[in-house]
Design a protein around this ligand. Structure first.
Ligand code: SF4
Ligand code: MSK
Length: 680
């Protein structure tokens, strides 16, 4: 390492503990890079987790700071059986009220993040509809028509002679843009996509009074209701956060996914690679991190242009290597096959390779410490979003504007290229990377696991009914530095597929599975139970289907709805043998996602910690009572194997209720079954 770099390295003070790399992560590349960081004296989140322990009361969800008479701290010190719970804050707020308010504010934070992302995409969509942007086009007109129908926009017109004719596509685009944007703030009516849910689920929401009115209003109302001295009934608070979570899953997130698919293309399976080993020493490495694909779409196009590749070569590089982190990474992966550099917890490590010429960030899950790490290397750190800037003076802000998107993208790519020659630390890129097949969605699952003639989920349902597939799991969510990196994700997923449960994944769970090599069809023969292995082998799919980014959890909702529609597995999502999980969650977005899974009828288990443990009565309401209203409920389990088995037990309970529990006893296929599969 050059002398100059050594001087600039931020030293970890001697008295501070450092992480044990093997205890911190199960991934070898991550272990190597944590060790490398420690050798260089560069502090990472893994070291900080050793030195700062979480607040015991905050972890329980019973610290209130909603007014300046607090914080009022109400730790749970005795069992509920030991007598009445007399804990209260200065104003008299009970532990239930405080934990419910905190929980609801997490839903508000998560729903706002997804929904504001969706709004930004809708605004770009509007710019395209108004022909104000030349850089974006409608890439998937078929999806535009499907979305138009879901939003109630006519796609045909009556001609003078009384016949039906196709409506002008520009008119449809503009009306879709107007109606979609109005979903955030229309003064009356209800969220249009609520009707995309199975009818019985819609009726449950209607009866419970939780159909969202518009997206923004539900989030604002949480902030009002949880203000000091407003809503003091935990059940009523949960009602409001249910409205906001539905507005996220079936509103902001679903619109984000749909409009992104129309603008950038609906994903179909694509092969790529994952882990830090995708970076190349002799290439310009441009790492893109965050969540919104609006800019990254342009960056991919710019970096793949001959102009930019020639420029990189003229500067001594062999080419340009793009890599993604977090969900912007998932977006670029599923539409362009751009390899994934790592999960949430690997963002600092990508810079510590010494080969990251630029890291471009947009919104969400961006650790402020990457600016401090970037200072130790030559890496240009570029923020691009007006709502997400950093205070450190080495951060460059290039504000992205959809009206001159390609110019902004080229400017950023040029900056990375020109920085290639400035590498000053010895480059150390771990070799580890794995092949992955990603880019599944509602449409491609239909193609791979649907009926040949019906164009629905017939074959998937049939295989669930006959027991080859025991059930479906949605395993999603973040990494959390309070637990061993990726271990929860991988152990839960492996246990599920071993027990014939097919896994739909998004977010950092998808990246973790990719790094572990679980996103290839070949995995099935190694890790799956015999039934799931046979289905995967026959149709050529991995047992873990990567459906994209955090907002793409909406694809899981629609996939579950398709399963209901295909028939044979009950009338509602809560009837299907399905369960949800976030083994290593950390963000508020995960709580919002979990809550819209639960209120769609899905039993959902979280790992690491659960933010209501200090209020057992309120927690029981989430873990047990919600099932009576929506058919789904929360649960919590740290141990990954027990976590997976709680999900499997729920799946088996649903199989029994459907009367298909005996089918698993005769998993061996007869000729008729075999022909059915081969017809796919
Ligand atoms: Fe304490 Fe009540 Fe103020 Fe919360 S709102 S900080 S419980 S006085
Ligand atoms: S990126 S929200 S750490 S999944 Fe969507 Fe990963 Fe969680 Fe961010």
């Amino acid at each position: 390492m050059a002398e100059e770099t050594k001087e600039k390295v931020v030293k970890t003070p001697k008295e501070k503990k450092v992480a044990d790399p093997v205890a911190a992560s199960m991934d070898l590349a991550t272990q190597i890079m944590i060790k490398r960081a420690q050798e260089l004296g560069v502090e990472t989140i893994f070291d900080r987790a050793e030195n700062m322990k979480p607040c015991n009361i905050g972890v329980q969800g019973t610290c209130c700071k909603n007014c300046s008479m607090g914080p009022c701290r109400l730790p749970l010190t005795k069992s509920v059986e030991d007598g009445p719970d007399e804990r209260k804050g200065l104003c008299g707020a009970t532990a239930n009220t405080i934990a419910a308010r905190n929980f609801a504010r997490m839903v508000a934070g998560g729903a706002s993040a997804h929904s504001d992302h969706g709004r930004c995409v809708a605004e770009v969509f509007m710019a395209v509809a108004r022909k104000e942007s030349n850089d974006y086009k409608i890439k998937d007109p078929q999806k535009l028509l499907a979305v138009a129908e879901a939003l109630g926009v006519a796609i045909t017109v009556k001609t003078d002679d009384g016949k039906e004719a196709d409506r002008n596509i520009d008119e449809i685009t503009l009306e879709v843009a107007e109606i979609a944007l109005a979903e955030w703030g229309k003064p009356e009516g209800e969220l249009l996509y609520a009707k995309r849910a199975p009818q019985p689920l819609y009726e449950k929401w209607k009866k419970a009074g939780v159909i969202p009115r518009n997206i923004d209003r539900e989030i604002v109302e949480i902030m009002h209701r949880t203000h000091m001295g407003v809503d003091q009934d935990y059940k009523n608070i949960v009602k409001q956060c249910t409205r906001a979570a539905i507005a996220d899953g079936w509103g902001g997130s679903m619109l984000a996914t749909d409009l992104q698919d129309i603008l950038f293309g609906t994903p179909y399976p694509v092969q790529s690679e994952a882990n830090l080993g995708i970076m190349k020493e002799d290439h310009v490495n441009l790492i893109i991190h965050g969540h919104e694909p609006v800019l990254s779409e342009m960056l991919v196009a710019a970096a793949q242009s001959k102009e930019m590749i020639d420029y990189a070569k003229s500067m001594g590089a062999k080419g340009i290597q793009l890599g993604g982190i977090c969900c912007t990474g998932n977006e670029m992966l599923q539409r362009h096959g751009v390899p994934t550099a790592g999960t949430f917890l690997q963002q600092e490590l990508a810079i510590i390779t010494g080969a990251c010429d630029a890291m471009v960030v947009d919104i969400q899950c961006i650790m402020q410490n990457i600016a401090n790490v970037a200072k130790c290397f030559h890496t240009k750190l570029i923020t691009t979003h007006p709502i997400a800037r950093m205070e450190q003076d080495n951060v460059i802000h290039i504000e992205f504007d959809e009206h001159h998107a390609m110019d902004d993208a080229k400017r950023i790519v040029r900056m990375a290229i020109e920085n290639f020659k400035n590498r000053r630390a010895e480059v150390m890129i771990p070799r580890q990377k794995a092949t992955q097949i990603a880019g599944f969605g509602v449409e491609s699952i239909k193609y791979h696991l649907g009926g040949t003639f019906r164009g629905d989920y017939y074959t998937l349902n049939d295989n669930i009914i006959n027991g080859r597939i025991r059930g479906i799991a949605g395993v999603v969510g973040c990494n959390n530095a309070r637990t061993r990196h990726n271990e929860g994700h991988i152990l839960v997923v492996k246990e599920l597929i071993k027990n014939d449960v097919i896994v739909l994944t998004t977010g950092c769970n998808g990246i973790a599975c990719a790094m572990e090599g679980l996103l290839t069809p070949e995995t099935a023969a190694v890790y799956c139970g015999p039934g799931l292995a046979e289905v995967c082998e026959t149709v050529g799919i991995p047992p873990v289907l990567h459906l994209g980014s955090c907002v793409d959890n909406s694809r899981i909702l629609l996939a579950a709805t398709e399963v209901v529609k295909a028939g044979g597995l009950g009338k509602d999502i809560s009837d299907i043998p399905v369960a949800g999980s976030a083994p290593e969650w950390m963000s508020e977005k995960a709580i919002s996602i979990g809550h819209y899974f639960v209120t769609a009828g899905v039993y959902t288990v979280f790992g690491v910690t659960f933010p209501t443990s200090g209020a057992p009565v309120f927690e029981k309401y989430l873990f047990e009572d919600l099932e009576k209203i929506y058919g789904g409920m929360w649960d919590f389990e740290i141990d990954p194997i027990k976590h997976a088995h709680k999900m499997i037990a729920h799946i088996d309970k649903k199989r029994k209720a459907l009367g298909i529990d005996k089918a698993r006893d005769r998993v061996l296929m007869d000729m008729a079954d075999r022909m059915k599969l081969e017809a796919v």
